[in-house]
Design a protein around this ligand. Structure first.
Ligand code: PMP
Length: 424
């Protein structure tokens, strides 16, 4: 693996200008210059199938979104302190996709801010400070939310009033046990808070546990845990930054898979197809006091251009009728990789819903094999296919393409993976 002189220079320049915080993917990092649909292109003109990026949700450089963006950017861009139809049209369309009770929305620029806002609202409404998260969760980067992102450790300490519980289990043989165990962990966390004089404010969970490794089944398994937090006076915040926007191929929102109506929902990544946008959707009675008294304002959140872009993304999901193709393409991924798992024992616990799939990479004893997962990710890159690896042991293949990924692309992914596995 030789990295070109040109790239080495760029890497050095990044390090000099951006400091040490900026990580790159791959042993031979990619220098991307263009994107179209599910494809990205590097500076040498090589094409890569994007099976990783959920931000360009309706595909890289979608023409309808581009048109909305350039049109509005050439007319006016202001914040939300003047009257304008865009923010209202977008809010109306977005809320229209949610259960009726979730009928107000506040706009931010990042998922971190959306979670930070949701938390402030939840604390205000409940008078509590205790938050329950899972132990390899990721909810964002602000000081308060990093302290609730248990995957950040050891530099970032968990908030002292928070409790991190184990993620759900993948246990298709005993589906009824999944929700029972998770709810028992939530109850234990509540009891521990109460012993320490901490009032519960919220259960904050990523509906598909995407950072913990992806846990989707059985549908409905989150219900008992949500009942438990509500009985203790806390709220249920659904972090839909990754599961939302139709990714499941079943519903627009991940929580619908569990038959739930959250008290607050946070959105981000896919909202603007790359334009930085996020939001907190909330039941009005929960927002009432905080909204009236907190003076919350977000300079760029809900601006005229962002609103036009956000509306265009929702229009594409609807006009291109993406949900059924998300379902089909996703099924082809899980079935295809599932079939490979019968031949290649390094693959275990292949699972997914819609266009979010996980496959664990294990050694001969069935233990997590991060080195092999990384080798697969790098070898796939050399085959022109981009995926990632996640989870507490960094051994779970993360398959999370743009939502315009079709069955033909799923086949390319499965073929590429087979080629790589037979070689490794
Ligand atoms: N929640 C989840 C589930 C996420 O995956 C992320 C980003 N990876 C965030 C929140 C934070 O979003 P942002 O990076 O836009 O602040």
């Amino acid at each position: 693996d030789t990295v070109s002189e040109e790239k080495l220079e760029m890497i050095e320049r990044r390090r000099r200008l951006l400091g040490p915080a900026y990580q790159l993917f791959y042993k031979d990092p990619l220098h991307l210059v263009r994107g179209e649909g599910v494809w990205v292109f590097d500076a040498d003109g090589n094409r890569y199938l994007d099976v990783y990026n959920n931000v360009p949700s309706v595909g890289h450089c979608h023409p309808h979104v581009l048109q909305a963006l350039t049109k509005q950017a050439s007319e006016l861009n202001t914040h939300t302190r003047y009257l304008h139809d865009n923010v209202l049209d977008f809010a109306e369309k977005l809320i229209g996709t949610m259960p009726d009770a979730l009928s107000q929305v506040m706009f931010t620029c990042t998922g971190s801010e959306a979670n930070d806002l949701a938390l402030r609202i939840a604390e205000d409404y409940t008078g509590g400070t205790g938050v329950i998260v899972t132990d390899y969760s990721y909810h964002g980067m602000t000081k308060s939310i990093a302290a609730l992102s248990a995957s950040m450790g050891p530099y970032v300490k968990l908030d002292k009033d928070a409790r991190a519980i184990p993620a759900p289990i993948h246990d298709p043989a005993h589906p009824e046990a999944v929700g029972k165990r998770f709810a028992a962990d939530v109850r234990a966390a509540i009891a521990d808070m109460q012993r320490h004089g901490i009032k519960p404010a919220a259960l904050l969970i990523d509906t598909f546990f995407t950072s913990d490794g992806g846990f989707f089944d059985p549908p409905g398994f989150l219900q008992e845990a949500v009942e438990a937090i509500r009985e203790a006076g806390g709220l249920y915040i659904a972090d839909e930054v990754q599961p939302g926007y139709g990714r499941s191929g079943e519903h627009m929102w991940g929580f619908q898979r569990h038959g739930l109506v959250p008290d607050l929902v946070t959105l981000g990544k896919p909202m603007g197809n790359g334009h930085p946008m996020a939001a907190t959707v909330v039941k009005p009675h929960i927002l009432e006091r905080f909204g009236s008294e907190s003076s919350y304002f977000n300079t760029f959140g809900g601006n005229t251009v962002s609103a036009a872009v956000g509306l265009a993304v929702l229009e594409v999901i609807e006009q291109e009728n993406l949900l059924p193709s998300i379902h089909q393409a996703g099924k082809a991924i899980v079935d295809g990789i599932g079939a490979l798992a019968t031949q290649y024992p390094v693959l275990a616990n292949v699972r997914g819903v819609g266009l979010y799939a996980s496959a664990e990479i294990v050694d001969a004893e069935g233990k997590p094999d991060a080195a092999m997962a990384l080798a697969i990710v790098n070898a796939l890159r050399d085959e022109g296919i981009l995926i990632g690896a996640i989870g507490p042991h960094a051994n779970i293949l993360k398959i999370r393409p743009p939502l315009v990924f079709k069955e033909e692309h799923s086949r390319l992914l499965v073929e590429g993976l087979e080629k790589v596995l037979s070689r490794l």
